[in-house]
Design a protein around this ligand. Structure first.
Ligand SMILES: *Cc1c(COP(=O)(O)O)cnc(C)c1O
Ligand SMILES: [Zn+2]
Length: 482
Protein backbone atom coordinates (compact mmCIF):
# COMPACT_ATOMS: atom_id res chain seq x y z
CA UNK A 1 0.00 0.00 0.00
CA UNK A 2 1.07 3.54 -0.76
CA UNK A 3 1.92 4.70 2.73
CA UNK A 4 1.87 8.43 3.26
CA UNK A 5 5.37 9.67 3.89
CA UNK A 6 6.51 12.92 5.43
CA UNK A 7 9.79 12.74 3.63
CA UNK A 8 10.18 10.85 0.41
CA UNK A 9 11.85 7.45 0.45
CA UNK A 10 15.39 8.65 -0.10
CA UNK A 11 15.44 11.57 2.31
CA UNK A 12 13.57 9.58 4.89
CA UNK A 13 16.20 6.89 4.93
CA UNK A 14 18.83 9.54 5.49
CA UNK A 15 16.72 11.14 8.16
CA UNK A 16 16.44 7.94 10.12
CA UNK A 17 20.13 7.10 9.79
CA UNK A 18 21.52 10.46 10.82
CA UNK A 19 18.74 11.40 13.21
CA UNK A 20 17.93 13.90 10.47
CA UNK A 21 19.92 16.99 9.75
CA UNK A 22 17.37 17.89 7.10
CA UNK A 23 15.37 19.31 9.98
CA UNK A 24 16.93 20.67 13.12
CA UNK A 25 16.29 23.11 15.94
CA UNK A 26 18.00 26.45 15.96
CA UNK A 27 18.20 29.44 18.29
CA UNK A 28 16.22 32.33 16.80
CA UNK A 29 18.94 34.87 17.56
CA UNK A 30 21.22 35.18 14.53
CA UNK A 31 24.07 36.25 16.81
CA UNK A 32 23.87 32.83 18.52
CA UNK A 33 22.40 30.41 16.00
CA UNK A 34 23.13 27.32 18.12
CA UNK A 35 21.59 24.19 16.60
CA UNK A 36 20.09 21.06 18.16
CA UNK A 37 18.74 17.86 16.69
CA UNK A 38 15.01 17.38 16.19
CA UNK A 39 15.30 14.36 18.44
CA UNK A 40 16.22 16.59 21.38
CA UNK A 41 13.65 17.96 23.80
CA UNK A 42 14.26 21.62 24.48
CA UNK A 43 12.23 24.72 25.00
CA UNK A 44 15.15 27.15 25.01
CA UNK A 45 18.65 27.56 23.64
CA UNK A 46 21.26 26.04 25.91
CA UNK A 47 23.80 28.73 25.25
CA UNK A 48 21.75 31.97 25.33
CA UNK A 49 18.28 31.03 26.61
CA UNK A 50 16.61 32.17 23.37
CA UNK A 51 13.58 30.52 21.80
CA UNK A 52 14.13 27.78 19.23
CA UNK A 53 12.85 27.37 15.69
CA UNK A 54 12.42 24.20 13.73
CA UNK A 55 14.54 24.82 10.62
CA UNK A 56 14.62 22.79 7.40
CA UNK A 57 17.24 22.14 4.78
CA UNK A 58 14.85 22.91 1.94
CA UNK A 59 17.45 22.34 -0.76
CA UNK A 60 17.52 18.65 0.11
CA UNK A 61 13.88 18.24 1.08
CA UNK A 62 12.57 19.38 -2.31
CA UNK A 63 9.25 20.98 -1.23
CA UNK A 64 6.42 21.39 -3.76
CA UNK A 65 6.87 23.96 -6.51
CA UNK A 66 3.34 25.30 -6.20
CA UNK A 67 0.77 25.41 -3.43
CA UNK A 68 -1.67 23.80 -5.87
CA UNK A 69 0.27 20.60 -5.26
CA UNK A 70 -1.73 20.18 -2.04
CA UNK A 71 -5.03 19.98 -3.91
CA UNK A 72 -4.18 16.38 -4.80
CA UNK A 73 -4.74 15.55 -1.13
CA UNK A 74 -8.42 16.48 -1.29
CA UNK A 75 -9.22 13.33 -3.22
CA UNK A 76 -7.67 11.15 -0.52
CA UNK A 77 -9.76 12.02 2.49
CA UNK A 78 -10.03 8.37 3.53
CA UNK A 79 -6.36 8.56 4.49
CA UNK A 80 -6.23 10.22 7.94
CA UNK A 81 -2.97 11.99 7.12
CA UNK A 82 -4.57 13.59 4.05
CA UNK A 83 -7.81 14.31 5.93
CA UNK A 84 -5.96 16.25 8.63
CA UNK A 85 -5.87 19.99 8.01
CA UNK A 86 -2.37 19.94 9.47
CA UNK A 87 -0.79 16.90 7.83
CA UNK A 88 -2.14 17.40 4.35
CA UNK A 89 0.54 20.10 4.27
CA UNK A 90 3.21 17.77 5.66
CA UNK A 91 5.86 18.79 3.10
CA UNK A 92 5.91 22.20 4.79
CA UNK A 93 6.56 20.78 8.28
CA UNK A 94 8.73 17.73 7.57
CA UNK A 95 10.36 17.23 10.96
CA UNK A 96 9.32 13.65 11.71
CA UNK A 97 8.93 10.37 9.84
CA UNK A 98 5.46 9.42 8.62
CA UNK A 99 4.95 6.66 11.16
CA UNK A 100 5.21 9.17 14.02
CA UNK A 101 2.35 11.35 12.83
CA UNK A 102 -0.45 11.81 15.34
CA UNK A 103 -3.79 13.07 14.09
CA UNK A 104 -7.30 13.15 15.51
CA UNK A 105 -8.76 14.98 12.52
CA UNK A 106 -7.67 18.49 13.49
CA UNK A 107 -7.87 21.46 11.15
CA UNK A 108 -11.22 20.79 9.45
CA UNK A 109 -11.89 24.48 9.63
CA UNK A 110 -13.68 27.02 7.45
CA UNK A 111 -12.86 30.40 6.05
CA UNK A 112 -16.22 32.06 6.23
CA UNK A 113 -17.07 35.43 4.62
CA UNK A 114 -19.23 37.44 6.98
CA UNK A 115 -21.31 40.37 5.72
CA UNK A 116 -22.65 41.24 9.17
CA UNK A 117 -19.20 41.43 10.69
CA UNK A 118 -17.88 43.29 7.64
CA UNK A 119 -20.58 45.93 8.12
CA UNK A 120 -19.87 46.14 11.85
CA UNK A 121 -16.18 46.75 11.30
CA UNK A 122 -16.65 49.20 8.41
CA UNK A 123 -15.33 46.83 5.75
CA UNK A 124 -16.90 46.60 2.28
CA UNK A 125 -19.07 43.55 1.56
CA UNK A 126 -17.07 40.47 0.66
CA UNK A 127 -13.81 41.79 2.12
CA UNK A 128 -13.93 40.33 5.63
CA UNK A 129 -13.42 36.63 6.38
CA UNK A 130 -13.52 34.65 9.61
CA UNK A 131 -11.16 31.70 9.92
CA UNK A 132 -13.19 29.57 12.28
CA UNK A 133 -10.69 27.55 14.33
CA UNK A 134 -13.37 26.77 16.92
CA UNK A 135 -14.30 23.81 14.71
CA UNK A 136 -11.26 21.85 15.83
CA UNK A 137 -11.80 18.63 17.85
CA UNK A 138 -11.24 20.33 21.21
CA UNK A 139 -12.82 23.59 20.05
CA UNK A 140 -9.78 25.82 19.57
CA UNK A 141 -6.85 26.37 17.22
CA UNK A 142 -4.56 24.74 19.79
CA UNK A 143 -5.24 21.34 18.19
CA UNK A 144 -3.19 22.36 15.14
CA UNK A 145 -0.16 22.74 17.36
CA UNK A 146 -0.96 19.81 19.62
CA UNK A 147 -1.00 17.31 16.76
CA UNK A 148 2.49 18.48 15.80
CA UNK A 149 3.78 18.42 19.39
CA UNK A 150 2.31 14.92 19.85
CA UNK A 151 3.99 13.81 16.66
CA UNK A 152 7.31 15.02 18.02
CA UNK A 153 6.61 13.51 21.45
CA UNK A 154 5.85 10.17 19.82
CA UNK A 155 8.97 10.40 17.65
CA UNK A 156 11.21 10.90 20.68
CA UNK A 157 9.28 8.47 22.88
CA UNK A 158 7.91 10.79 25.59
CA UNK A 159 5.53 9.27 28.18
CA UNK A 160 4.10 12.23 30.08
CA UNK A 161 3.15 15.66 28.74
CA UNK A 162 2.37 18.82 30.66
CA UNK A 163 1.26 22.38 30.04
CA UNK A 164 0.30 25.54 31.84
CA UNK A 165 -2.88 26.88 30.43
CA UNK A 166 -5.56 29.53 30.44
CA UNK A 167 -7.73 26.60 29.35
CA UNK A 168 -7.54 25.73 25.69
CA UNK A 169 -4.07 24.21 25.66
CA UNK A 170 -5.11 21.99 28.54
CA UNK A 171 -8.33 20.97 26.78
CA UNK A 172 -6.35 20.13 23.67
CA UNK A 173 -3.60 18.25 25.52
CA UNK A 174 -6.16 16.29 27.52
CA UNK A 175 -8.09 15.39 24.36
CA UNK A 176 -5.01 14.19 22.47
CA UNK A 177 -3.93 12.12 25.46
CA UNK A 178 -7.30 10.48 25.91
CA UNK A 179 -7.96 9.82 22.20
CA UNK A 180 -4.50 8.54 21.31
CA UNK A 181 -3.52 6.89 24.61
CA UNK A 182 0.09 7.83 23.82
CA UNK A 183 0.85 10.05 26.77
CA UNK A 184 -0.42 10.92 30.22
CA UNK A 185 -1.55 14.55 30.63
CA UNK A 186 -0.72 16.87 33.50
CA UNK A 187 -2.16 20.34 33.32
CA UNK A 188 -1.43 23.41 35.43
CA UNK A 189 -4.09 26.11 35.64
CA UNK A 190 -4.37 29.31 37.63
CA UNK A 191 -7.07 28.95 40.24
CA UNK A 192 -10.28 30.70 39.12
CA UNK A 193 -8.58 31.83 35.90
CA UNK A 194 -10.09 29.30 33.52
CA UNK A 195 -13.44 29.37 31.72
CA UNK A 196 -15.70 26.50 32.74
CA UNK A 197 -16.10 25.05 29.24
CA UNK A 198 -12.35 24.48 29.10
CA UNK A 199 -11.93 23.16 32.62
CA UNK A 200 -14.80 20.75 32.04
CA UNK A 201 -12.97 19.33 29.01
CA UNK A 202 -9.72 18.71 30.88
CA UNK A 203 -11.57 17.00 33.73
CA UNK A 204 -13.79 14.95 31.44
CA UNK A 205 -10.88 13.74 29.30
CA UNK A 206 -9.17 12.53 32.45
CA UNK A 207 -6.13 14.79 32.74
CA UNK A 208 -4.35 15.19 36.06
CA UNK A 209 -5.32 18.80 36.78
CA UNK A 210 -3.27 20.93 39.16
CA UNK A 211 -4.85 24.21 40.20
CA UNK A 212 -2.26 26.68 41.39
CA UNK A 213 -3.08 29.65 43.58
CA UNK A 214 -1.96 32.17 40.97
CA UNK A 215 -2.46 33.14 37.35
CA UNK A 216 -1.22 31.80 34.01
CA UNK A 217 2.25 33.27 34.40
CA UNK A 218 2.67 31.60 37.81
CA UNK A 219 1.48 28.27 36.40
CA UNK A 220 3.84 28.65 33.43
CA UNK A 221 6.85 29.20 35.65
CA UNK A 222 5.99 26.15 37.76
CA UNK A 223 5.34 23.83 34.85
CA UNK A 224 8.72 24.74 33.37
CA UNK A 225 10.40 23.82 36.67
CA UNK A 226 8.43 20.62 37.09
CA UNK A 227 9.05 19.51 33.49
CA UNK A 228 12.77 20.07 33.82
CA UNK A 229 12.99 18.19 37.12
CA UNK A 230 10.79 15.26 36.14
CA UNK A 231 11.69 15.04 32.45
CA UNK A 232 8.12 15.70 31.35
CA UNK A 233 7.37 16.75 27.76
CA UNK A 234 6.21 20.39 27.73
CA UNK A 235 3.54 21.28 25.16
CA UNK A 236 3.20 25.02 25.74
CA UNK A 237 3.92 27.18 22.72
CA UNK A 238 7.57 27.54 23.80
CA UNK A 239 7.71 24.08 22.24
CA UNK A 240 8.84 24.92 18.68
CA UNK A 241 7.11 21.87 17.20
CA UNK A 242 3.74 23.16 18.29
CA UNK A 243 4.19 26.26 16.18
CA UNK A 244 4.96 24.09 13.14
CA UNK A 245 1.41 22.76 13.38
CA UNK A 246 -0.03 26.23 13.80
CA UNK A 247 1.57 27.38 10.55
CA UNK A 248 -1.05 25.32 8.75
CA UNK A 249 -3.82 27.73 9.79
CA UNK A 250 -2.27 30.11 7.25
CA UNK A 251 -2.02 27.38 4.61
CA UNK A 252 -5.73 26.73 4.98
CA UNK A 253 -6.52 30.43 4.70
CA UNK A 254 -4.56 30.54 1.44
CA UNK A 255 -6.21 27.34 0.27
CA UNK A 256 -9.67 28.81 0.89
CA UNK A 257 -8.73 31.96 -1.06
CA UNK A 258 -7.58 29.95 -4.06
CA UNK A 259 -3.95 30.42 -2.96
CA UNK A 260 -4.24 34.20 -3.04
CA UNK A 261 -2.57 36.09 -0.21
CA UNK A 262 -4.99 38.31 1.75
CA UNK A 263 -4.00 41.86 2.70
CA UNK A 264 -4.33 41.40 6.44
CA UNK A 265 -4.26 38.61 8.99
CA UNK A 266 -5.76 39.75 12.30
CA UNK A 267 -5.20 37.62 15.37
CA UNK A 268 -5.65 37.97 19.12
CA UNK A 269 -2.34 38.05 20.99
CA UNK A 270 -1.80 36.10 24.22
CA UNK A 271 1.41 34.12 24.46
CA UNK A 272 1.94 35.09 20.81
CA UNK A 273 2.45 31.56 19.52
CA UNK A 274 -0.03 32.01 16.69
CA UNK A 275 1.38 35.33 15.54
CA UNK A 276 4.87 33.80 15.62
CA UNK A 277 3.78 30.72 13.69
CA UNK A 278 2.01 32.84 11.05
CA UNK A 279 5.12 34.96 10.56
CA UNK A 280 7.26 31.84 10.16
CA UNK A 281 4.78 30.30 7.73
CA UNK A 282 4.91 33.32 5.44
CA UNK A 283 8.66 33.80 5.73
CA UNK A 284 9.11 30.18 4.61
CA UNK A 285 6.52 30.37 1.83
CA UNK A 286 8.23 33.45 0.48
CA UNK A 287 11.66 31.84 0.77
CA UNK A 288 10.35 28.83 -1.16
CA UNK A 289 8.82 31.04 -3.84
CA UNK A 290 5.34 29.67 -3.04
CA UNK A 291 3.89 33.16 -2.47
CA UNK A 292 4.95 36.41 -4.08
CA UNK A 293 4.11 38.61 -1.10
CA UNK A 294 3.18 38.31 2.56
CA UNK A 295 0.08 39.74 4.23
CA UNK A 296 0.28 42.40 6.94
CA UNK A 297 -0.26 41.15 10.45
CA UNK A 298 -2.37 42.87 13.11
CA UNK A 299 -2.05 41.47 16.62
CA UNK A 300 -4.77 42.49 19.05
CA UNK A 301 -4.23 42.60 22.80
CA UNK A 302 -6.92 43.02 25.40
CA UNK A 303 -6.47 46.37 27.12
CA UNK A 304 -6.18 44.55 30.44
CA UNK A 305 -3.33 42.36 29.12
CA UNK A 306 -1.47 44.66 26.78
CA UNK A 307 2.22 43.87 27.18
CA UNK A 308 2.86 43.58 23.44
CA UNK A 309 0.95 46.77 22.69
CA UNK A 310 2.89 48.65 25.35
CA UNK A 311 6.25 47.38 24.16
CA UNK A 312 5.74 47.75 20.42
CA UNK A 313 3.46 50.74 20.04
CA UNK A 314 4.40 52.77 23.14
CA UNK A 315 8.06 51.94 23.63
CA UNK A 316 9.10 51.27 20.06
CA UNK A 317 10.41 47.75 20.68
CA UNK A 318 11.32 45.99 17.43
CA UNK A 319 13.00 42.73 16.39
CA UNK A 320 15.71 44.89 14.93
CA UNK A 321 17.31 42.17 12.85
CA UNK A 322 17.67 39.89 15.88
CA UNK A 323 18.75 42.56 18.35
CA UNK A 324 15.61 43.65 20.20
CA UNK A 325 16.22 46.18 23.02
CA UNK A 326 16.18 43.72 25.90
CA UNK A 327 16.76 46.47 28.46
CA UNK A 328 13.51 48.20 27.53
CA UNK A 329 11.68 44.90 27.82
CA UNK A 330 13.24 44.07 31.20
CA UNK A 331 12.45 47.54 32.50
CA UNK A 332 8.82 47.15 31.44
CA UNK A 333 8.49 43.87 33.34
CA UNK A 334 10.28 45.25 36.41
CA UNK A 335 7.86 48.16 36.46
CA UNK A 336 4.92 45.77 36.03
CA UNK A 337 6.08 43.78 39.05
CA UNK A 338 6.82 46.87 41.12
CA UNK A 339 3.33 48.21 40.52
CA UNK A 340 1.77 44.76 41.04
CA UNK A 341 0.04 45.08 37.68
CA UNK A 342 -1.50 41.75 36.67
CA UNK A 343 -3.36 40.94 33.48
CA UNK A 344 -7.12 41.23 33.89
CA UNK A 345 -9.61 40.75 31.05
CA UNK A 346 -12.83 38.90 30.25
CA UNK A 347 -10.83 37.36 27.39
CA UNK A 348 -9.20 34.79 29.67
CA UNK A 349 -7.36 33.05 26.80
CA UNK A 350 -5.20 36.14 26.32
CA UNK A 351 -4.95 37.15 29.99
CA UNK A 352 -1.14 36.99 29.96
CA UNK A 353 1.49 39.22 31.58
CA UNK A 354 4.69 37.89 30.01
CA UNK A 355 4.03 36.43 26.57
CA UNK A 356 6.42 33.52 26.17
CA UNK A 357 6.88 34.00 22.41
CA UNK A 358 7.56 37.73 22.57
CA UNK A 359 10.83 37.61 20.63
CA UNK A 360 9.50 35.37 17.89
CA UNK A 361 6.48 37.61 17.62
CA UNK A 362 8.67 40.69 17.18
CA UNK A 363 10.31 38.87 14.30
CA UNK A 364 6.89 38.05 12.81
CA UNK A 365 5.89 41.71 13.05
CA UNK A 366 9.01 42.56 11.06
CA UNK A 367 8.36 39.88 8.42
CA UNK A 368 4.74 40.96 7.97
CA UNK A 369 5.04 44.73 8.52
CA UNK A 370 2.75 44.25 11.49
CA UNK A 371 0.87 46.48 13.90
CA UNK A 372 -0.39 45.92 17.45
CA UNK A 373 -3.58 47.33 18.95
CA UNK A 374 -5.45 46.97 22.22
CA UNK A 375 -9.22 46.73 22.66
CA UNK A 376 -11.36 47.00 25.78
CA UNK A 377 -13.53 44.24 27.22
CA UNK A 378 -16.53 46.30 26.09
CA UNK A 379 -15.29 46.29 22.49
CA UNK A 380 -14.48 42.58 22.73
CA UNK A 381 -17.95 41.63 23.96
CA UNK A 382 -19.75 43.83 21.42
CA UNK A 383 -17.67 42.32 18.62
CA UNK A 384 -18.32 38.85 19.99
CA UNK A 385 -22.06 39.46 19.87
CA UNK A 386 -21.79 40.55 16.21
CA UNK A 387 -19.80 37.44 15.38
CA UNK A 388 -22.39 35.30 17.15
CA UNK A 389 -25.26 36.99 15.34
CA UNK A 390 -23.52 36.01 12.10
CA UNK A 391 -23.83 32.37 13.07
CA UNK A 392 -20.22 31.57 13.94
CA UNK A 393 -19.97 32.08 17.65
CA UNK A 394 -16.62 32.49 19.34
CA UNK A 395 -15.17 32.99 22.79
CA UNK A 396 -14.22 36.47 24.01
CA UNK A 397 -10.48 36.32 23.15
CA UNK A 398 -11.29 35.44 19.54
CA UNK A 399 -13.51 38.47 19.12
CA UNK A 400 -10.58 40.75 19.95
CA UNK A 401 -9.54 40.23 16.32
CA UNK A 402 -12.86 41.63 15.04
CA UNK A 403 -12.78 44.53 17.51
CA UNK A 404 -9.24 45.18 16.30
CA UNK A 405 -10.33 45.39 12.66
CA UNK A 406 -13.03 47.90 13.60
CA UNK A 407 -10.39 50.09 15.25
CA UNK A 408 -7.90 49.78 12.42
CA UNK A 409 -10.56 50.70 9.85
CA UNK A 410 -11.52 53.72 11.95
CA UNK A 411 -7.87 54.73 12.10
CA UNK A 412 -7.51 54.34 8.35
CA UNK A 413 -4.78 51.72 8.75
CA UNK A 414 -6.96 49.05 7.13
CA UNK A 415 -8.82 50.25 4.06
CA UNK A 416 -12.41 48.96 3.67
CA UNK A 417 -11.48 47.51 0.27
CA UNK A 418 -8.63 45.35 1.50
CA UNK A 419 -9.08 41.65 2.07
CA UNK A 420 -8.99 40.89 5.79
CA UNK A 421 -8.94 37.56 7.61
CA UNK A 422 -9.76 37.42 11.34
CA UNK A 423 -8.73 34.30 13.20
CA UNK A 424 -11.57 33.10 15.43
CA UNK A 425 -9.38 31.14 17.80
CA UNK A 426 -11.90 29.38 19.99
CA UNK A 427 -15.48 28.09 20.07
CA UNK A 428 -18.39 29.99 21.55
CA UNK A 429 -19.21 27.23 24.07
CA UNK A 430 -15.80 27.55 25.73
CA UNK A 431 -17.00 30.43 27.87
CA UNK A 432 -20.79 30.47 28.23
CA UNK A 433 -20.49 32.64 31.35
CA UNK A 434 -19.41 35.68 29.35
CA UNK A 435 -22.06 35.12 26.67
CA UNK A 436 -24.94 34.63 29.07
CA UNK A 437 -23.93 37.64 31.17
CA UNK A 438 -23.87 39.84 28.05
CA UNK A 439 -27.36 38.81 26.96
CA UNK A 440 -28.91 38.59 30.41
CA UNK A 441 -32.06 40.45 31.48
CA UNK A 442 -30.78 40.46 35.05
CA UNK A 443 -28.92 43.74 35.55
CA UNK A 444 -27.43 42.53 38.81
CA UNK A 445 -25.97 39.47 37.09
CA UNK A 446 -24.60 41.68 34.30
CA UNK A 447 -22.92 43.99 36.80
CA UNK A 448 -21.46 41.16 38.83
CA UNK A 449 -19.82 39.40 35.87
CA UNK A 450 -19.08 42.26 33.48
CA UNK A 451 -19.56 45.58 35.29
CA UNK A 452 -16.46 44.99 37.39
CA UNK A 453 -14.46 44.90 34.14
CA UNK A 454 -15.70 48.26 32.94
CA UNK A 455 -18.34 46.80 30.62
CA UNK A 456 -21.29 49.21 30.79
CA UNK A 457 -23.60 48.33 27.94
CA UNK A 458 -24.72 45.36 25.93
CA UNK A 459 -25.73 47.17 22.77
CA UNK A 460 -26.12 43.95 20.79
CA UNK A 461 -27.75 41.86 23.49
CA UNK A 462 -30.45 39.44 22.39
CA UNK A 463 -32.44 39.27 25.60
CA UNK A 464 -34.83 36.49 26.44
CA UNK A 465 -38.47 37.52 26.64
CA UNK A 466 -39.97 36.57 29.98
CA UNK A 467 -43.59 35.53 30.07
CA UNK A 468 -45.72 33.66 32.53
CA UNK A 469 -46.72 30.11 31.79
CA UNK A 470 -49.88 31.13 29.94
CA UNK A 471 -50.71 30.32 26.31
CA UNK A 472 -52.30 33.68 25.47
CA UNK A 473 -49.42 35.60 26.92
CA UNK A 474 -46.89 33.43 25.07
CA UNK A 475 -48.69 34.02 21.78
CA UNK A 476 -48.93 37.74 22.50
CA UNK A 477 -45.20 37.88 23.21
CA UNK A 478 -44.38 36.09 19.95
CA UNK A 479 -46.62 38.49 17.98
CA UNK A 480 -45.10 41.48 19.71
CA UNK A 481 -41.43 40.52 19.27
CA UNK A 482 -41.24 38.63 15.99
C1 LIG B 1 -4.42 30.34 23.25
C2 LIG B 1 -5.48 31.23 22.75
C3 LIG B 1 -5.22 32.53 22.30
C4 LIG B 1 -3.86 33.13 22.36
O1 LIG B 1 -3.02 32.61 21.39
P1 LIG B 1 -1.44 32.82 21.47
O2 LIG B 1 -0.92 32.00 20.40
O3 LIG B 1 -1.03 32.38 22.83
O4 LIG B 1 -1.22 34.29 21.29
C5 LIG B 1 -6.26 33.27 21.78
N1 LIG B 1 -7.52 32.78 21.73
C6 LIG B 1 -7.80 31.55 22.16
C7 LIG B 1 -9.21 31.08 22.09
C8 LIG B 1 -6.81 30.74 22.69
O5 LIG B 1 -7.12 29.52 23.12
ZN1 LIG C 1 21.02 30.86 21.47
Amino acid sequence: MDRPSLLDGRTRAIAVLTKTDLAFQQCIFPGCGATYGVDEVRVACESCGGLLDVVYDWDHLRPPESLRFFESRWARRNDPVCFSGVWRFRELLPFAPADSVVTVGEGQTLLHPSEGVARYTGMRPGRLFLQYEGMNPSGSFKDNGMSAAFTHARYIGARIAACASTGNTSASLALYCSVTGLLRAIIFVGSGKIAFGKLSQALDYGALTIQIAGDFDDAMQRVREVSRQLGIYLVNSVNPFRLEGQKTIMYRVLEALGWEVPDWIVVPGGNLGNASAFGKAFAELRQLGLVDRVPRLAIINAQGANTLYQLVEKRGVRWNGGHPPQETIDQFYAEMDRQHRRADTIASAIEINRPVNLHKCLRALEVCDGVVRQVSDQEILDAKARVGAGGMGCEPASAASVAGVKRLVEEGVISPDERVVCILTGHQLKDPTATVAYHTTDQEHFNRVLGSRGVKRAEFANRAVEVSNNLDEIIRAIQLYS
